[in-house]
Design a protein around this ligand. Sequence first.
Ligand SMILES: *[C@@H]1O[C@H](CO)[C@@H](O)[C@H](O)[C@H]1NC(C)=O
Ligand SMILES: *[C@@H]1O[C@H](CO)[C@@H](O)[C@H](O)[C@H]1NC(C)=O
Ligand SMILES: *[C@@H]1O[C@H](CO)[C@@H](O)[C@H](O)[C@H]1NC(C)=O
Ligand SMILES: *[C@@H]1O[C@H](CO)[C@@H](O)[C@H](O)[C@H]1NC(C)=O
Ligand SMILES: *[C@@H]1O[C@H](CO)[C@@H](O)[C@H](O)[C@H]1NC(C)=O
Ligand SMILES: *[C@@H]1O[C@H](CO)[C@@H](O)[C@H](O)[C@H]1NC(C)=O
Length: 368
Amino acid sequence: MSLLPRITVRRVAGLMTSLFLAGLTYVMFRTDRLFIRREYSWSLHARCLLLQHQLFLVGVPGWSPEGHACRQLNGTELTLNATELLQNAAVTATKGPEPLKNPKPAVEPPVPFDRVNRLRGYVGVPNATKELSLRCRVCAVVSNSGQLLKYEAGNEIDQADCVIRMNDAPVLGFEKHVGNKTTLRVSCFQSVYLVPASGSLYDQAGKSALLGWGPPKDMDTRRGKAHRKLKLVSEMNRDLEVYMLTQERMGYSANVYKEETGKSLEASGTWLSTGWFSMLVAMEMCDVIKVYGLSSENYCKDHPNDTTRYHYYVSKLKELGPKLKECDFYKRHQRTPNGAHRFFTEKTIFARWAHHHNVTFHYPSWTP
Ligand SMILES: *[C@@H]1O[C@H](CO)[C@@H](O)[C@H](O)[C@H]1NC(C)=O
Ligand SMILES: *[C@@H]1O[C@H](CO)[C@@H](O)[C@H](O)[C@H]1NC(C)=O
Ligand SMILES: *[C@@H]1O[C@H](CO)[C@@H](O)[C@H](O)[C@H]1NC(C)=O
Ligand SMILES: *[C@@H]1O[C@H](CO)[C@@H](O)[C@H](O)[C@H]1NC(C)=O
Ligand SMILES: *[C@@H]1O[C@H](CO)[C@@H](O)[C@H](O)[C@H]1NC(C)=O
Ligand SMILES: *[C@@H]1O[C@H](CO)[C@@H](O)[C@H](O)[C@H]1NC(C)=O
């Protein structure tokens, strides 16, 4: 007689557990689908950054950084508002287009932004009247790839008249592999957030320039958070000249992609990498460009078991840590329908530019 209620209690408890698990699975599944692929085990932080880009790309109506998912704290940390994240993601979870596999060959190199004043559109922060004026004979464009750890290219890199670096890539501790000179650092807005305003990255460079890029809301000269941070960086580093891309410049860079591939960024489900902006500015300010650490578009295909790290250093973004393999990351991005980089496509395009500009690729060395 006393068995009956006990069984009922167990059944109810079992049912509730199942319901709870089903609900949890559903939420997890949904959440994963909204971003990239299920195999991604990125932290919320990285997902959040990715989402910002998706929102930026598709131009969600009513979306603004003030009310969006990633809340920035003291310039380095972000928290997540899951409610907003899901609401926004529901709007953007559109099926992406096919990733680009075989972009149409360009018949011409990119048409310059301004044939006369080649560096127009790179303006000072906070003084927007000032324009970047760098002219170099030989430039070394140093990628952030783990490839560089296989070589000791540091001395060779430093021999270039100008050295261009990207995002949060450090020099300290890696001089042997990446050299110790920095003339220009090109940085995406997220890296501007990640790097402390006064720290070794900017200190080490001595007299040098920082060139930031980002979406309109972040770069807005009155209210943009990235602009504010760049201003702070400029105030705290007297030797550093700080610049940013105007939105006209951003539009031009996007248009170059469209000219090269026949597809807009939106249609390709992509956003440009810092490498893209770095190559463009290098072609505008340098006579000769030597690219270091950038493997060819075929490298991953030709080296199926390659274990080269994505970055030569450990980024503050833990997802981009030492275990992340470059080829895996490239491949994942290429096949992700939306909000991803097209590293292979960009490499194909850089290789094409090498036929029109004096661009060579080193460590690993390859000829387009
Ligand atoms: C940044 O904010 C986090 C969280 O509020 C805090 O733990 C951390 O100490 C802060 N860092 C600095 C440098 O202020
Ligand atoms: C998260 O966003 C929702 C919707 O905008 C808002 O109602 C809620 O207060 C936010 N929560 C936090 C902790 O900021
Ligand atoms: C801003 O830059 C321009 C051009 O270099 C210069 O003429 C002007 O004096 C600068 N303004 C300030 C307030 O520094
Ligand atoms: C770094 O800088 C110093 C001089 O500033 C130089 O002597 C040294 O060889 C440089 N290169 C490397 C790879 O450390
Ligand atoms: C890559 O690894 C697979 C499986 O371990 C092996 O069969 C193959 O021969 C390797 N390929 C190369 C090019 O080393
Ligand atoms: C590129 O620059 C190098 C170094 O100045 C030079 O030797 C080479 O001839 C140039 N190539 C072309 C195609 O202009």
